[in-house]
Design a protein around this ligand. Structure first.
Ligand code: GLY
Ligand code: MN
Length: 347
């Protein structure tokens, strides 16, 4: 109800049906968070009555400022929000456990069985999934946002699952695990996994209050670049590789983003407060390095082609450093194998 929303969020509320009258009765300062309610957007346009392109541009600028201000305010989560995010993460951890136990049935069907299994958990414990589940087996993992999820789940391949439960209060988790469908990594899969894991460890260690936001990305990219040079995929020295960003052919994306009501939360926040700002206690972000070798990439040895690995956890910046909110989910290769063995024995 309006009263509940007002008490919960500490803001004045009113019936949206009274909005036309309120706006038409004269308002000195008017901004709208666009894209949430088409009727409200249209009403604001009507009340403003902008007749020329200059006036329209000014209104658009004002609305944009509101969007930026809202994103700025959301950068640091309060205790209640952190609690909501932890609930989302905990339900997500259970959803990943459901998927691990369901791998035999997924092998008989398709990636859709993985998506559907996770979705059941999301609907029972939350509102929905926070974004389209990526259930990518085999070389589908090298397509970044593989959400078709109609591929086969084959023994011997890896399954990359990137999924998050969204709470009824609309906060979402964003977690990725890459698991061997057979229960055991091959030596080669493990080699790739271990490098991504080492990069994630370095990234997580660089999350601390007062550190520039970009540090965790740089720390993870350095580890990946060092590994790629050591394997002979890229020609060193590592400093040159990093300067030119040569590793990006195989890393494809940044190492993480803010998390909250949106999966890519606060994306429009002021750059000086976010991308070029410093981490602060109460911020929540993902740390998600990956390596992806396209099936047709002739720059890598044939045996690596079609392997894609990402490991993603949700991390809260604390006064002391950080807390990995998704730590209940196994992360190292050995832990993942032990967890799969345990889950599969229950299946
Ligand atoms: N979980 C999808 C993404 O971060 O883009
Ligand atoms: Mn993510």
């Amino acid at each position: 109800s309006l009263q509940e929303a007002s008490a919960l969020f500490g803001v004045a509320t009113a019936d949206v049906r009274t909005l036309p009258e309120a706006l038409r009765s004269g308002t000195t300062a008017l901004r709208v968070a666009r894209g949430h309610d088409a009727d409200v957007d249209a009403l604001v346009d009507e009340v403003r009555g902008d007749t020329d392109s200059e006036a329209r541009a000014k209104s658009a600028r004002l609305d944009c400022e509101l969007g930026v201000a809202l994103a700025d305010h959301r950068l640091v989560k309060d205790e209640w929000e952190v609690g909501q995010l932890q609930r989302a993460v905990d339900a997500t951890v259970r959803g990943f456990g459901d998927v691990a136990a369901a791998l035999p049935q997924a092998r008989d069907t398709s990636e859709r069985f993985v998506e559907g299994t996770f979705f059941l958990r999301a609907r029972v414990e939350g509102n929905d999934v926070g974004y389209g589940t990526i259930a990518a087996s085999g070389s589908n993992a090298t397509t970044l946002h593989w959400t078709r999820n109609d591929g086969a789940v084959r023994e011997g391949d890896l399954l990359l699952l990137d999924a998050g439960v969204e709470t009824t209060t609309l906060y979402t988790a964003d977690v990725t695990r890459t698991m061997p469908i057979s229960g055991t990594f091959t030596d080669l899969q493990r080699k790739v996994y271990d490098l991504v894991y080492a990069a994630q460890e370095a990234g997580i260690a660089a999350v601390a209050p007062g550190r520039p936001f970009g540090d965790f990305h740089k720390a993870a990219q350095r580890v990946l670049a060092e590994g790629l040079v050591e394997w002979g995929l890229l020609e060193g020295p590592v400093e040159r590789v990093l300067e030119l960003g040569l590793q990006r052919r195989y890393t494809l994306h940044g190492t993480g983003h803010m998390l909250g009501l949106d999966v890519h939360d606060c994306a429009v926040a002021r750059q000086e407060a976010h991308l070029y700002g410093e981490l602060e206690a109460g911020m929540v972000l993902t740390v998600e390095p990956g390596l992806y070798f396209q099936p047709d990439d002739l720059t890598v040895p044939e045996e690596l082609r079609g392997i894609g690995v990402r490991i993603e956890d949700d991390v809260l910046v604390t006064e002391e450093g950080r807390t990995v909110m998704s730590a209940a989910l196994p992360r190292s290769a050995a832990e993942v194998e032990a967890w799969l063995a345990e889950r599969l024995s229950r299946a």
